[in-house]
Design a protein around this ligand. Sequence first.
Ligand code: 5GP
Ligand code: MN
Length: 343
Amino acid sequence: MIFDFFVAVMNTNISDLQSRLANPQDIVILTHRNPDGDALGSSLALALYLRQSLHQVSVILPSEYPLSFSFLPEVDQCLVYDFEPEECIQKIEKSTMIFCLDFNGLDRIDKLGSHVEKSSAYKVLIDHHMHPEPFADYTLSETTASSTCELIYRFLELLKDQRAITVDIATCIFTGLITDTGSFKYATTDRTFEVAAHLKRFGVDDYTLQDRIFNTYSERQLRLLGHCIYNRMEILPEYKTGIITLTKEDYKTYEIVRGDTEGIVNYLLKLNGIKVAAFITEQPTIVKLSLRSKGEFSVQEIASKHFNGGGHRNASGGSAYATLNSVVDRFKQVLPKYAEKYF
Ligand code: 5GP
Ligand code: MN
């Protein structure tokens, strides 16, 4: 396997990285487009930690973050490439270190990818997606980790610097734990709960955090969820699959903004007997797929082989330049092969 070879040659020796961090650096932290709780939590936790030393630290997001995360500490200091491309490129060009968090390949950060590739800065990749690209000078990649946030905690352990964890840092890390595990429902290990317990000892108010993240729907959003389930849901019992689609019209009618559709795909898995869920949406120029599954069924395989995407076995995404109907048809066409393999 070519990827095993890559993993084998990836540098995982932290001493070089540690000695660089002993001197002030110009640091850029990057995460993936449409940042979620794990992307934001890991980036902000690392930024807060690094800002305790004499480093200059910028967090760069390829696109805007959902409003529901506005309460996260220092999130308003993030630079958004879609709004300030020149400033973001300049920051990357003058950086001495670049941290890439919660993504496994440079195509996940759009146009910023080529600037990172060109840069001679020392690069660090911390991520939990399958098949990481070997572009970094130091890589911490564990696909069994619940979240990149869990790996940030591990990174601080490797640096022997857990004492630097403040309540704000702990809150950011906890955010990724709960958002990437659906509040500890999936992708957990014993380690995830250990980290959560440590973070709670560092002062995380987990009740308030969950309330702020998950219970801030507007009336419009709750009605959108109702619309998806009542009018846009299709069940294919023979393939244990549910599909929800949203058209451009729906985006207008429900005034959908970034983050509004987060988590809708998971409602399909609440159905008894349903093991595969697809949320397929018509965006301005592409059709986006958000896929989820239970157990051995690998939506990662479907996303990477048919929809130019990837992710994890049970949570993946992809996209296609095609009409909504043709993407739904393609998904239905490939489904029987995987149903045969996994069911
Ligand atoms: P979501 O469905 O929540 O957007 O994403 C689920 C998982 O799939 C996340 O881990 C995300 O990083 C990954 N993912 C989503 N869209 C894409 C894509 O277009 N390409 C790749 N490689 N991964 C994606
Ligand atoms: Mn993640």
